[in-house]
Each structure stands twice: as C-alpha cells, then as structure tokens.
Write a protein that binds this ligand. Structure first.
Ligand SMILES: Cc1cc2nc3c(=O)[nH]c(=O)nc-3n(C[C@H](O)[C@H](O)[C@H](O)COP(=O)(O)OP(=O)(O)OC[C@H]3O[C@@H](n4cnc5c(N)ncnc54)[C@H](O)[C@@H]3O)c2cc1C
Length: 267
C-alpha cells in the first residue's frame, strides 16, 4: 500500500494582490483564496496512483488557520486524510523554513513512498519548496514531471518537461515529484467526497508537535528576507500604425532617432 503525500499551498485567488508598504508582505485579509493551481494536478496524480496501485493519499499544508479550507477542498476531490501545519511561529517562513517544516511533518506522518508537489506556487513562484523537502528527507526528486509510469513496484519512470521536449528518467521510491499541468486533467470534486470532507477532522500541528526548535521555523529559521516587494511599472501604451511600408519605415526611423544617442543604429 503506497503512502502518498500531496503538499498543497493556499494562494490568493486574484493577481491584484495588495502589499503592506511597511512589512512588504501580502495583505491577505479579505482576499479570496484557492488551492495553488499546480497542486490540483499534483493531487490528481496522487489519486490516480492510489487508484491504480492501492494506497492512501494525505494532503498537507502549512499556512494560516484558513488554509483548512484548501485541505477540505482537497478532501472533496478524494484525498483520504489531511493535516494542517499552523502556528504563529511558522509565520514569515521562507522556502527553506517552509520545506523543513513540511519535511518534519512528513516524518511525523511515518514517511511517504511518494510525495507530490506542484511545479511552483503562483504567488511565491520560487519552485524551491518541492526539491528542498526532498533534500531535508534525503530522498531523490524529479521536478517538472509530465508523465509517470511504474516500471516495477518501486521504480518509477518519469518524463520531465524541458523547453524543447522531455527527459526520460527513472527514480526509485521513496521519491518526490513536482508536476506540470501537462501531466493530467484534474477531476471535479465528487458530491459524496464533499459531504465527507465537511465532517472529516483535520488535525492542526504546531511547533510543539513537530519537535523543531523555534529558531528553525518561520522568520527566525529563514535565511532570506523580503527586502522590497513592488508591482512592476505599468507598460507604456502601444500604438498601431497603418500605411504604405515605405512611409511606415520612415516614420519608425524618425521615432527611433528621437530616442536619443543612447540608441545605436546601423543603416
Ligand atoms: C520574510 C518572508 C516572509 C514571508 N511571509 C509569508 C507569510 O507570512 N505567508 C506566506 O504564505 N508566505 C510567506 N512568505 C513566502 C514563503 O516563503 C513562500 O510562499 C513559501 O516558502 C513557499 O514558496 P513558494 O511560494 O515560492 O512555493 P514554491 O516553491 O513555488 O511551491 C512549490 C510547491 O511546493 C508546495 N508548497 C509550497 N508552499 C507550501 C505550503 N506552505 N504548504 C504546503 N505545500 C507548499 C506546493 O506543492 C507548491 O506547488 C514569506 C517569505 C519571506 C522571505
């Protein structure tokens, strides 16, 4: 029976996030949240492996108390169990502290044969947490998986998406896989599972449950700090020119020259 763990992150539902000008962190109050889209593909793959080979799928998330909603939603898709890691001490974690906390929780769950993560979170965007969990657990990982096939009970063939094509690699279990959207088509939640999800108890583990010292989690355990966060400057407006090609070329030449001597032209 495979022990499958899927790590899911709750992210803001909108791209128009507001930033706290003093702390440079996201203002999460009043912002609707959702499961990080890539994590739905990770969950779907975990469920498919379970259905094909038997096992149990546990979803795991570190976040504020409202991240419980994301876990309940995951149960509605068919996950068997969920655990939330939530403690004020975890706040302000960078990817290192986040992955360490998740790795310790996976150990507390008794370990896993397969751990699935999304390729990246759409808010933090670092794509570091998956590989870092694997490093903390000292197990192999394959990132950007677009297809999985079992060659033997504990040997997994993975197609890893590249810019132009894919790599075919084999990895022994236990292993961690991060997935891209090409890997599957996530199912819709089932009515029966949604009903069960409403009542399913979700344990909340804090610092004391994981046996981690306070200086290794949250902001205190973070090697990086956000110094400044700002929205990119708005792009200038675009113009559409129409007319005979020679006229357009002359107009463009004039415009480029008007940009000044820092622009070098060769006629
Ligand atoms: C000083 C500082 C303060 C910060 N404060 C906060 C804060 O208060 N709240 C906050 O949410 N973020 C905070 N962050 C951001 C936080 O570090 C990252 O969001 C987090 O480490 C995950 O990185 P990422 O979003 O780039 O995930 P990625 O590495 O891009 O995520 C890849 C995959 O890892 C898994 N994953 C990532 N994060 C989690 C998670 N939390 N639980 C379960 N699975 C996960 C998912 O499967 C995801 O698809 C802070 C960062 C810094 C540096």
């Amino acid at each position: 029976m495979l022990r499958i763990i899927v790590c899911i992150k709750q992210v803001p539902e909108t791209q128009e996030v507001r930033l706290d000008p003093v702390t440079h962190t996201l203002k999460r109050e009043g912002v609707k949240a959702m499961i990080n889209p890539f994590d739905l593909y990770a969950l779907e793959e975990g469920l498919r492996v379970k259905e094909a080979r038997g096992g149990k799928v546990t979803v795991l998330s570190m976040g504020p108390p409202q991240a419980e909603e994301a876990l309940r939603e995951a149960l509605g898709f068919g996950a068997d169990a969920a655990v939330l890691l939530s403690d004020r001490a975890f706040a302000g974690a960078d990817t290192w502290a986040t992955s360490l906390t998740l790795a310790r929780a996976i150990e507390k769950l008794g370990g896993a044969d397969l751990i699935f993560c999304g390729k990246q979170a759409i808010d933090g965007d670092t794509a570091q947490v998956g590989p870092e969990i694997a490093e903390h657990l000292n197990i192999p990982y394959v990132a950007w998986a677009r297809k999985l096939t079992f060659n033997a009970d504990d040997l997994l063939k993975v197609e890893r998406l590249l810019d132009h094509g894919y790599d075919a690699v084999e990895v022994e279990l236990p292993a961690l896989i991060t997935v891209v959207k090409e890997i599957n088509e996530p199912r819709l939640p089932s009515f029966k599972a949604k009903l069960r999800a409403k009542k399913e108890p979700i344990p909340v583990w804090g610092l004391g449950d994981l046996g981690l010292p306070p200086e290794e989690v949250g902001l205190a355990g973070s090697f990086t700090q956000v110094v400044k966060v700002f929205p990119p400057p708005a792009r200038g407006t675009s113009e559409t020119w129409t007319g005979p090609p020679a006229e357009l070329a002359a107009r463009l030449w004039q415009r480029l020259q008007s940009l000044g001597p820092s622009v070098v032209f060769r006629k």
